[in-house]
Design a protein around this ligand. Structure first.
Ligand code: SAM
Ligand code: SF4
Length: 379
């Protein structure tokens, strides 16, 4: 009898907790404690969170997915991030750089496939030759079919003049992840030798916004020493920076990097994936109109990772267009997904996989972020 009474009380408590969680999912403005509670959701609550994020995405952005044909321009890097296989101190990397012809043929292929946009990504370089060549390449890509391709750049930290040159040449989106918005954690995953500065990273994001780029940032999820509190702060960093795009992906330990020695301290691949999905979902609730990338890292830790990210609120995919001969050298982390897929096979695969989850690719469109508002210019 007593047992029975207790379970009725328990049931009432569960029902109250349940309605509390559901209310949270519909709350107009989430605060940090709310976000922490959402990120700690498990089981049915976690499913409800993802489901709610999908509803929010569909109501603001419909079921369209935008593509950016990814061109991995080169793997030479001046930086030494403690997590990335391309870091300058990694002697095992066979360094490469695409020729201008190769880049332009990738861009033409993106156009032929109807991708609408390309994303040019590489290790960080700031030498004059690099800056000049990127400027010229952006101009040349803009000439394809009268400027029909949108251009995203992800070329690391640069001075404001460089960002402006590339913008004036025709690039209009820029991705620069903050990696973590927690300064102390930032210096645990980057060397403290003056070449990596948390302040400079933020200054770069501010420069990009000032110039008029649709600016994207993001973090890795499941880093050594990362806490749920820091992840919740990351979401508010995105909101307070008022970025137009966010990229979130699980951290993947690379054996030739210093952070690898902490691999046993980090959550399992499944836990990192689950947390990434919750981060995507919560970010969608807080910033309903932004563009959010279903990063390749999701697909790398889970064969269904890209679809799961789309169903949790992401709306952008970056299929790889890098010529096959170079792909294995862009070895950011091990077992990168889709490294061997040809562009045509990748396109067909995406069409089928996205249709299976009720989404469709919006071909031949730039797919700009609806959250973007151009900065006011002085008259
Ligand atoms: N160099 C540019 C930069 O750092 O912004 C662009 C290229 S960098 C390889 C692109 C992204 O790869 C980084 O922002 C980082 O989040 C991600 N990345 C690097 N190493 C990673 C790892 N081990 N696991 C998951 N993501 C990683
Ligand atoms: Fe270089 Fe970017 Fe890798 Fe850092 S994350 S080492 S800047 S390629």
């Amino acid at each position: 009898m007593t047992d029975c009474k207790i379970s009725v009380v328990e049931l009432c408590i569960f029902a109250l907790m349940d309605s509390g969680f559901k209310n949270l999912l519909h709350k107009a403005q989430l605060d940090k404690e709310d976000v922490k509670r959402l990120l700690s959701a498990q089981g049915a609550d976690a499913e409800r969170l993802l489901q709610r994020a999908l509803e929010v995405k569909l109501s603001h952005l419909d079921n369209c997915v935008h593509l950016r044909g990814l061109i991995e321009y080169g793997n030479t890097c001046e930086k030494n991030c403690l997590y990335c296989g391309l870091r300058s101190d990694n002697p095992k990397v066979k360094r490469y750089g695409l020729t201008d012809r190769e880049v332009l043929s990738c861009a033409r292929l993106a156009h032929e496939l109807g991708y609408g946009s390309v994303a040019l990504q590489s290790g960080e370089r700031s030498d004059p030759d690099f800056v000049r060549r990127i400027t010229q390449l952006v101009r040349e890509i803009k000439k394809i079919d009268g400027g029909s391709l949108g251009i995203t750049l992800s070329l690391g930290e640069q001075d404001e003049d460089t960002y402006r040159r590339w913008f004036e040449a025709g690039a209009h989106r820029y991705l620069l992840r903050i990696e973590t918005s927690d300064e102390a954690l930032y210096y645990k995953i980057h060397p403290k030798n003056g070449t990596h500065s948390f302040r400079r990273r933020i200054d770069c994001l501010e420069s990009l916004k000032r110039i008029g780029y649709q600016t994207g940032t993001g973090v890795m999820v499941g880093l050594p020493f990362q806490t749920p509190d820091q992840l919740a702060s990351d979401v508010f960093f995105f909101r307070d920076m008022d970025v137009a795009m966010v990229g979130l992906g699980p951290f993947i330990p690379h054996p030739d990097t210093p952070l690898f020695r902490f691999k046993d301290l980090i959550p399992s691949a499944k836990e990192r994936m689950d947390m990434t999905l919750k981060m995507i979902a919560v970010t969608r609730l807080v910033m309903p109109k932004i563009n959010m990338v279903a990063a390749t890292a999701n697909q790398t830790v889970d064969p269904q990772g890209r679809e799961k990210a789309i169903l949790a609120g992401a709306n952008v995919i970056m299929p790889n267009l890098t010529p096959e001969a170079y792909r294995e050298s862009y070895f950011i982390y091990p077992d990168k997904a889709c490294v061997k897929d040809t562009p045509q096979a990748c396109k067909n695969c995406l069409d089928v996989r996205l249709a299976a989850i009720g989404h469709k690719i919006l071909y031949n469109a730039w797919g700009d972020s609806l959250a973007f508002t151009a900065p006011r210019r002085k008259v």
